[in-house]
Design a protein around this ligand. Structure first.
Ligand SMILES: Nc1ncnc2c1ncn2[C@@H]1O[C@H](COP(=O)(O)OP(=O)(O)OP(=O)(O)O)[C@@H](O)[C@H]1O
Length: 222
């Protein structure tokens, strides 16, 4: 067995040789930012343009699968007992409880993405960012922010997903997100999502070197 230095996951040596070593060396990308700041919009565009280079990790959850959901596709569905044990074994880089269910990202799930020759993308909240900072994952931290809170409010209303109550809650959480992002060294990159095309170009600029490295490696392997 060898230990991958970035995540500390133990892998059988035979498997390591067959994995894309370049993808294993590239840093995962953590996206964070207020709800409604445009993370999903930007990431969707990135994955559409570079679908061979990026993928989300599959989270674990203790909630029951909904009709149509498949274990290992939408989530890894596990019992609370299994998940608590794995968390205490240090197998997760972050986890949180929502509506009485545990959710989290395992080191293995991140390794699984790298093993397909892609860079792992994580879209997580501030608590998740703080948890990951305590691990040896060493991702790129990208904060997506709206130009201001008024515009954020308009976008959340425009998305049509919020009640008065959830809107209020999201706006107050947004303030805490922005306060943290204003602290020096909190994020590697801050993208102000005002004009979407400009924000997307900035994101591409951050990742283009890794994209080129991956693509060159893929060409070499063919
Ligand atoms: N630059 C932009 N200009 C105008 N509207 C935008 C821009 N970026 C995103 N939007 C719109 O703002 C809304 C919120 O964006 P999105 O759902 O991508 O945010 P999010 O950060 O992923 O939110 P959540 O964390 O809640 O998933 C969407 O309706 C999206 O179409």
């Amino acid at each position: 067995m060898v230990t991958n230095l970035r995540t500390g996951v133990k892998l059988a040596t035979g498997i390591v040789r067959s994995l894309s070593s370049v993808a294993m060396q590239l840093r995962p990308v953590v996206f964070s930012g207020p709800s409604g700041s445009g993370k999903s919009t930007l990431v969707k565009r990135l994955m559409k343009e570079y679908e061979d280079c990026f993928a989300f990790s599959i989270s674990h959850t203790t909630r029951k699968p909904r009709p149509g959901e498949q274990n290992g596709r939408e989530y890894h569905f596990v019992t609370r007992e299994e998940m608590e044990k794995a968390i205490s074994n240090g197998e997760f880089v972050e986890h949180a409880e929502f509506s009485m269910n545990l959710y989290g990202t395992s080191k293995k799930a991140i390794e699984d993405v790298a093993s397909t020759g892609r860079i792992c993308i994580l879209d997580i909240d501030l608590q998740g960012v703080k948890s990951i900072k305590k691990t040896n994952l060493n991702p790129r931290y990208v904060f997506v922010r709206p130009p201001n809170l008024q515009i954020l409010e308009q976008r959340l209303k425009g998305r049509g997903t919020e009640t008065d109550e959830t809107l209020k809650k999201r706006l107050s959480t947004a303030q805490a997100d922005l306060d943290y992002a204003n602290q020096k060294g909190s994020y590697d990159h801050i993208i102000i999502n005002d004009d979407l095309d400009i924000a997307y170009e900035k994101l591409k600029g951050i990742l283009i070197e890794d994209i080129d490295t991956l693509r060159k490696d893929k060409l070499k392997q063919h």
